[in-house]
Design a binder for this molecule. Structure first.
Ligand SMILES: [Zn+2]
Length: 106
């Protein structure tokens, strides 16, 4: 068992879900289970923490293998990179527009 009650694989898993913008919740009154969406296929997925601080079992309802789901969650969110690229493109376009404006005013 881990000594720090907050240093739990479940918390790390939920943090990765938040990083990816995936929502999660509790099904009914079961305190050892969480429902969320699969990071690979988007279908409903169940997280199960058999006991406090234990490794988390991942079960995608569409059958994605646990290792694929964990890998997808461990990766940096794709949208974040896309957003950065888009921002850079917009910035470059703005600079080009300023250049053109300067040339036109000469
Ligand atoms: Zn899946």
């Amino acid at each position: 068992m881990r000594s720090d009650p907050f240093d739990r694989p479940l918390d790390a898993m939920l943090e990765r879900l938040r990083v990816h913008g995936i929502t999660y919740g509790r099904p009914g009154t079961e305190i050892d289970r969480w429902v969320t969406s699969c990071a690979v296929c988007g279908q409903p997925m169940m997280l199960h923490e058999p006991y406090l601080g234990s490794p988390v079992t991942v079960r995608c309802s569409a059958g994605c293998h646990e290792s694929r789901v964990v890998r997808a969650l461990a990766a940096e969110p794709h949208r974040y990179d896309e957003g950065l690229d888009l921002a850079e493109d917009a910035s470059a376009a703005a600079w080009r527009a300023l250049d053109l404006l300067e040339q036109a005013c000469r």
